[in-house]
Design a protein around this ligand. Structure first.
Ligand SMILES: Nc1ncnc2c1ncn2[C@@H]1O[C@H](COP(=O)(O)OP(=O)(O)OP(=O)(O)O)[C@@H](O)[C@H]1O
Ligand SMILES: [Mg+2]
Length: 201
């Protein structure tokens, strides 16, 4: 729906100024993957590591957001897209004020992930694929949802009753099936350093 009755106000504190004060750049780390692939585990581990070195960082975790901002949404394809749109817009607000934003969300659809990336013009937006086979995710079944989905108690569960479109060209692939949590976290931190998001060891 087009809105013809608003005129955006320009922020008088530009993102660059905020980045200089923070001592690091804004960034969005968008972690996608199956349920149980390790998105939340990595997101909070990364947040801890970045926080320790003085970065301003936030985690937007799919399930947490769904209990607040997006609690009116279902798991239909349409609502999943709306869920992504809202989280993308919230990430943009954080980005503009200088925060490193870590999104941990299944984000099953390619097109929605592309739209999220486009919102940032590709700059400092990293699509990170937490890659783990369905077999292992289902074996972990951290929340018990796979068992319930197989019994038909949970509808539209990703990779059981609803599609997961694997990223074709992500900025980073993490092997969360075989590698340790420590190793995959190090890999992300290395990527951020290479892109000058933050400096130091
Ligand atoms: N390399 C790894 N990276 C992340 N998690 C791992 C790794 N190896 C094992 N795990 C384990 O896998 C599980 C992943 O659960 P987690 O809740 O993080 O998944 P999730 O992707 O956030 O799922 P959901 O989409 O349901 O929220 C945890 O129990 C974690 O300890
Ligand atoms: Mg999670």
């Amino acid at each position: 729906m087009e809105n013809n009755s608003t005129v955006e106000h320009t922020d008088s504190i530009a993102t660059d100024r905020r980045n200089i004060r923070n001592g690091h750049q804004s960034a969005v780390l968008w972690i996608t993957g199956l349920s149980g692939s390790g998105k939340s585990t990595i997101a909070y581990e990364l947040q801890e590591r970045l926080f320790e070195i003085g970065c301003t960082v936030v985690v937007l975790d799919g399930d947490n957001i769904r209990s607040g901002l997006c609690k009116d949404l279902s798991f239909s394809d349409l609502d999943r897209s709306e869920n992504m749109r809202r989280i993308s817009e919230v990430s943009k607000i954080f980005y503009d004020v200088g925060v490193i934003t870590i999104v941990a969300m299944i984000s099953p659809f390619k097109n929605d992930r592309k739209k999220a990336k486009n919102l940032f013009g590709g700059k400092n937006f990293f699509e990170i694929y937490a890659k783990c086979s369905l077999t292992i995710c289902e074996y972990r079944d951290v929340k018990g949802f796979y068992a319930r989905a197989r019994k038909g108690e949970v509808k539209n569960f990703t990779a059981v009753g609803s599609a997961y479109e694997e990223p074709e060209n992500p900025d980073l692939v993490l092997d969360t099936e075989c590698e340790s949590i420590e190793n995959v976290t190090k890999t992300v931190l290395h990527m951020l350093r290479v892109h000058n998001i933050f400096k130091g060891s």
